[in-house]
Design a protein around this ligand. Structure first.
Ligand SMILES: [Zn+2]
Length: 438
């Protein structure tokens, strides 16, 4: 599969409408943005035109709609425009507005899809930020909402929506692609239960709210200006909201969202959980800068200790030591490694024995530190309990953990080692060394 790249808008485009909460006129304009910019909202109506990152860290409230903010600046009801941008494949954009809320349109994502199509979507030269679901995760809320995230090759949502007393229970499952979103999800309008909005209407809190931008459900009756667009329009709108709220992760999910009675609160909880997991992955998979002093060894220092050279040097650097007996080495496995040519053509996988070699080299560095001399060299004698658990592919960064468990009489040493890629152990083994004078 070709690497997915980031996209932005080909040019700026916008439209005007009414803001839901204040009922005032608002103009929204979408602008292209550079690689890795993400989606940002810009308040054109405020002094200095502040911007707010569409990031889960900036989430403020989830009552009825999703509000984000930074400092004292707020943007309300961001979920529909975010859903449209995200689902139509836009990774980088500026959403400029002259009010604290986008125009509500007809309560669906249709107006935003229209404006994105008018602007056009353009590919950029950087890989897309993807979150691959490796293990299931779930969140539950007091409202009865349950969201489960499962591994999947695509981005998929299966949703069950149920109203008060389980009225209007609807289920729908689909892969989310731009074409499917535009046809099946974008036109689905906001719906509200009369009992829940009555007090807001009485308090004049939804000045722009009308049957033109929401479906009102009263008892078993469905009130709206135009008839239902789909028999199961409600569950479709729930899926729309899930996409919009999960856009706050900033990474595209490769996985299956299974949602039961979802709401903005539970959606945001799942977004937070994914963002936390992504932060954890970033911390362990991005090559770190070396800490100063005794912290680790850079490539030069590694090569002063180990006699191995390309293509047999299997350690790029030592990330750090823990006392005298533990250390972690790092190796970034590139497609240019000579072994990939033959192991295997069209399906490059790093040979397990090369990982054992990497363990032996990292353990040798520990032995060297312990012996404090380079006049004697450690020879790799045996390997026990070797297990290969997961394949290692080009582009993976291996963290090689080594711990000396025995260093007997300056003659023999044992090391317990394991290799980690993306926080999963890919291989392990117990290695034995003997020392010989050079
Ligand atoms: Zn909505």
């Amino acid at each position: 599969m070709a690497t997915e790249v980031q996209h932005t808008l080909a040019k700026a485009a916008g439209f005007s409408g009414t803001s839901l909460h204040t009922g005032e006129k608002v103009t929204l304009k979408l602008h292209p943005a550079q690689v890795d910019h993400g989606i940002k909202f810009k308040r054109k109506d405020l002094q200095d035109e502040p911007t707010i990152d569409a990031k889960i860290d900036n989430l403020k409230t989830v009552e009825r709609a999703t509000t984000i903010g930074e400092g004292s600046v707020r943007v309300h009801t961001v979920e529909h425009v975010l859903a449209a941008l995200f689902a139509m494949g836009v990774d980088n954009a500026i959403v400029e507005m002259d009010a604290n809320e986008p125009p509500i349109g007809d309560g669906s994502a249709q107006p935003y899809v229209d404006v994105i199509k008018r602007a056009g979507v353009a590919a950029q030269e950087a890989p897309r930020k993807l979150f691959n679901v490796r293990e299931s995760m779930h969140v539950e809320a007091k409202t009865g909402a349950l969201l489960v995230l499962l591994p999947d090759e695509t981005f998929r949502i299966s949703c069950t929506q149920a109203g008060p007393n389980n009225r209007f229970t609807q289920f729908l499952s689909m892969e989310v692609t731009p074409a499917i979103f535009e046809r099946e999800i974008a036109p689905a309008r906001t719906f509200v239960y009369y009992e829940e909005v009555q007090s807001l209407m009485d308090k004049n809190l939804i000045k722009g709210g009308s049957l033109e931008n929401a479906i009102v459900v009263r008892g078993d009756a469905v009130l709206s200006k135009e008839p239902l667009r789909f028999a199961d329009e409600f569950v479709r709108h729930k899926i729309l909201d899930i996409i919009g709220d999960l856009a706050l992760i900033g990474h595209r999910i490769r996985g299956h969202v299974v949602a039961v009675k979802p709401g903005h609160g539970a959606n945001a909880e799942l977004a937070r959980a994914v963002a936390r997991e992504q932060t954890r992955r970033d911390a362990i998979s991005v090559p770190r800068t070396l800490p100063p002093g005794e912290g680790g060894f850079d490539t030069d220092e590694v090569m002063q200790i180990l006699p191995h050279r390309y293509p047999f040097l299997m350690v790029d650097r030592i990330v750090g030591f823990e006392g005298e007996t533990k250390c972690i080495g790092m190796k970034t496995v590139s497609i240019n490694e000579p072994f990939f040519q033959g192991h295997f053509p069209g399906h490059p996988v790093m040979p397990g024995v090369m990982q054992v070699e990497a363990m032996a080299q990292v353990a040798s560095i520990l032995l060297f530190k312990l012996a404090k001399t380079s006049s004697r060299v450690g020879y790799f004698m045996s390997a026990d309990e070797v297990k290969f658990r997961k394949p290692v592919f080009p582009g993976d960064t291996i963290f090689i953990h080594a711990e000396l468990t025995k260093a007997r009489g300056n003659r023999l040493a044992k090391a317990k080692c394991h290799c980690v890629v993306n926080d999963a152990v890919v291989s392990e083994g117990e290695l034995m060394f003997t020392f010989l004078d050079k």
